[in-house]
Ligand binder design. Structure first.
Ligand code: DAH
Length: 343
């Protein structure tokens, strides 16, 4: 019995010193220790020589030795990335993982998300509409007269199958869809892509992104519009930015205005971006025209509202000092990689 114990201890330390560096060596190990004529089988044969009253104890010892040898073999095998005996893939969970290359957000998305989160804080929720629109939602309901130049083929992409269909020229069409639902008060912003038949240049593209805002309730005033936009500009560009409103004209608002902010590039002293004026226009706005409310089935004696619309590209260009609008749609990674941080 003592002899058997000593033998087992010796074999164990012999096995522990074994290393394998190839599949062939692994197989030699298996044959040497676990094969039909291997060491484990041979030493099992020693049972014959053990006295009857020690057989139980010896059986246990030999069994443990067999399990030890098999376990050692499995470990060696796993080191080769082989399937382990139980079918589970042999993965070393302590190894560091393969890094997944992380993409960054597109600058337009970063700015759009920031605009959305500012208006969310004021209680505006996001509404979306289709990019292929019909004439009524894009023009007629918004009080654009039949002969308005924006309806011209020169400016608008029409869909050839149906003369009534077009690619929306602004996200104002989403206002109409939301107002038609008849749930008031209404406080929404509508981000999305719009299309215009423009010659592509550093300042214009045939597709770009807008965010439209709309607030309809009882007693909404122009002062509410101004306060909302003041809040937005301060949150977006910081406290120091100056703001001014200029009277303007849009068929769907009355009165209408355009809003400028002091140039972020030169700080108001005058540069190429602000054409030496110190001011940059960032949005159009106004009180929703009563005709537009009526077109959507809203009582214009009871309800009033304001609307505004801004181009996301323009705001992104100002925020990041990007000088050419075409960069946003060229998918050049050298450009896109620069925008991992929010403005
Ligand atoms: N739809 C206008 C455009 O695309 C932007 C706009 C101006 C939207 C005034 C409005 C608004 O809601 O009140 O140029």
């Amino acid at each position: 019995m003592d002899q058997l114990l000593a033998q087992i201890a010796k074999y164990k330390s012999e096995i522990e010193s074994e290393t394998v560096t190839s599949k062939e060596e692994l197989e030699s190990f298996r044959i040497k220790y676990l094969g039909t004529k291997g060491l484990v089988k041979t030493i099992m044969g020693e049972m014959k020589t053990v006295a009857a009253d020690k057989k139980k104890e010896a059986g246990q010892l030999l069994n443990e030795f067999k399990i030890f040898t098999e376990g050692f073999f499995d470990n060696l095998k796993n080191g080769f990335g082989e399937e382990s005996g139980n079918g589970a893939p042999s993965i070393d969970t302590s190894l560091p993982g393969d890094p997944l290359p992380l993409g960054g957000r597109h600058p337009i998305s970063i700015v759009q998300n920031k605009i959305i989160s500012i208006f969310n804080r004021l209680g505006f929720s996001v509404a979306e509409g289709p990019e292929i629109e019909d004439d009524w939602h894009n023009f007629t309901a918004l009080n654009l007269p039949e002969n308005h130049p924006a309806r011209d083929m020169q400016d608008t992409f029409y869909i050839s199958q149906n003369p009534d269909w077009l690619l929306r020229t602004h996200t104002s069409s989403v206002q109409i869809r939301e107002m038609k639902k008849g749930q008031l008060p209404l406080r929404i912003i509508c981000p999305g892509r719009v299309y215009r038949n423009e010659t592509i240049s550093a300042r214009a593209h045939c597709f770009f992104n807008q965010v439209e805002g709309l607030y309809i309730a009882e007693n909404v005033s122009f002062a509410d519009l101004k306060q909302t936009l003041y809040f937005f500009v301060k949150q977006m560009f910081g406290e120091k930015v100056k703001i001014r409103f200029r009277p303007s004209y849009f068929p769907f608002t009355e009165p209408s205005a355009e809003m400028d902010i002091s140039c972020l590039i030169c700080g108001g002293t005058g540069c190429n971006v602000c054409k030496k004026t110190g001011w940059v226009e960032i949005l159009g706005c106004g009180m929703v025209h009563p005709k537009v409310l009526e077109n959507c089935g809203i009582d214009s004696n009871k309800y009033t509202g304001f609307a505004f619309g801004m181009g996301i590209e323009r705001i992104t260009m100002l925020s990041y000092q990007v000088k050419d609008l075409r960069l946003f749609s060229e998918n050049d990674l050298r450009f896109l990689k620069q925008f991992t941080q929010a403005v």
